[in-house]
Design a protein around this ligand. Structure first.
Ligand code: PLP
Length: 407
């Protein structure tokens, strides 16, 4: 059956709630997505029937829990079309995935006078870990520029790849601008210069199918909560050759093979990077979320959202004094904007009175705000459950905001 957002929306119990006495218009999925009943039920079922600690138990319940947990590893492998399930490392989210790579691969390969290349549109979580690493090592952070539409300057990116560049870390989709980066092309450029590439996929995986083998990247990170799963869980995919060569990240139980007071040896990947008891129920919920989006079909979701983004971009242009921040030719899901003379926080607060949830602020991308010379924006972000009615409600809400300030 063809994808139908009106029907998919019914999978999400949250839309039965009223906000400020009005139907919920949820336009903040880039911050965190709502959860379908399939995820909520899978987690309740797991805790009701299959919960125990994983991996070391010899009893049936622990085997059930381990099976469910490891089942998600295979689902995540298939979701990213990764070659092997052992290349999937469960982490707390994209932030931890990037910190893990910085603390292990980064500390091993980046030394004094080396460079890490990022772009001007990165989320703070793909800036600060590299900044700290560069400070520690006496290395330099280089930043590829973006143009006035928020598109990456690919030529400049290419020129910034030098023999000193030891890693490029780039977002697949910008959370503040919606720009979709040409990641295959960037990976090709970087690899031609011998530079490995980490891709921050936090804003990509809810909106489009991702194939890490086709992209050719070295690492790919995403968060469960943005792809309709629970918060507190995420995935780092890395090529086995990298993961095997990397030193451990956190240490303790599970990540070891042997421990004595003289020294310890490490477990095989991915367990080497999964110290301590993980968020077992969360990982099971992530598995249900991946099943859910895969079942709907990411190509169908992507087609729906592209159509809705085009509709929304046109509709917002009718609002007097509104300026979209981020108009790159290739965009996904995000509409960041400012309204002449009205602070974004006021926009958010007035829209809230209508039951409309948008995000306002710097979106953890302060360099983007600096680039566009705005202190903050209001951001409406779309997901599979949004419809034209949500966009129409936003436009009507913005007219109301203008009305309040015209008084
Ligand atoms: N990268 C991007 C592009 C994001 O949008 C976000 C979250 O907004 C993150 C990284 C960080 O994700 P998390 O907070 O789930 O670790």
């Amino acid at each position: 059956m063809a994808f139908n957002a009106e029907i998919a929306r019914k999978d999400f119990p949250i839309f039965e709630e009223k906000m400020r006495g009005k139907p919920l218009v949820f336009l903040d999925s880039a911050a965190s997505a709502q959860k379908p009943r399939a995820v909520i039920d899978a987690m309740a079922r797991f805790y009701s029937t299959s919960y125990a600690n994983i991996h070391r138990g010899v009893y049936e319940l622990s085997e059930r829990a381990t099976g469910a947990f490891e089942g998600t590893r295979e689902k995540a492998r298939a979701f990213l079309n990764a070659p092997e399930a052992r290349e999937i490392v469960f982490v707390r989210g994209t932030t931890e995935a990037i910190n893990l790579v910085a603390a292990t691969f980064g500390r091993t390969h980046i030394g004094a006078d080396d460079e890490v290349l990022i772009t001007h549109m990165e989320h703070h979580s793909n800036i600060v870990p590299w900044q700290l690493l560069c400070e520690e090592k006496g290395a330099r952070l280089r930043v590829a520029p973006i143009d006035d539409r928020g598109a990456l300057d690919v030529e400049a990116f290419g020129k910034l790849l030098t023999p000193r560049t030891k890693l490029a870390a780039i977002s697949h989709v910008s959370n503040a601008l919606g720009t979709v980066n040409p990641v295959s092309e960037l990976v090709e450029l970087a690899h031609a210069a011998g530079v490995p590439v980490l891709i921050d996929g936090a804003q990509a995986v809810p909106h489009q199918a991702v194939d890490v083998q086709a992209l050719g990247c070295d690492f790919y990170a995403f968060s469960s909560h943005k792809v309709f799963g629970p918060s507190g869980v995420g995935v780092l995919w890395g090529k086995a050759e990298h993961l095997e060569a990397m030193p451990p990240y956190q240490s303790g139980g599970e990540m070891i093979l042997t421990v004595s007071f003289e020294g310890s040896t490490w477990n095989e990947i991915p367990h080497k990077f999964e110290a301590g008891t993980p968020d077992i129920g969360g990982v099971v919920g992530l598995g249900a979320a991946l099943d859910y989006v895969t079942g709907l079909g990411l190509d169908a979701i992507s087609a729906h959202e592209s159509e809705l983004l085009a509709y929304a971009s046109q509709a917002l242009e009718t609002v007097r004094g509104l300026r979209l921040i981020g108009t790159a030719p290739h965009k996904a899901s995000v509409l960041s904007f400012v309204l002449d003379g009205i602070h974004p926080h006021d926009i958010g607060t007035i829209l809230d009175q209508e039951g409309i949830a948008v995000r306002t602020g710097h979106h953890c991308a302060q360099p983007v705000m600096q680039r566009f010379d705005v202190p903050a924006t209001a951001r409406a972000s779309l997901a599979l459950y949004n419809t034209r009615a949500d966009v129409d409600a936003l436009v009507a809400g913005l007219e109301r905001v203008r009305g309040v300030f015209a008084r």
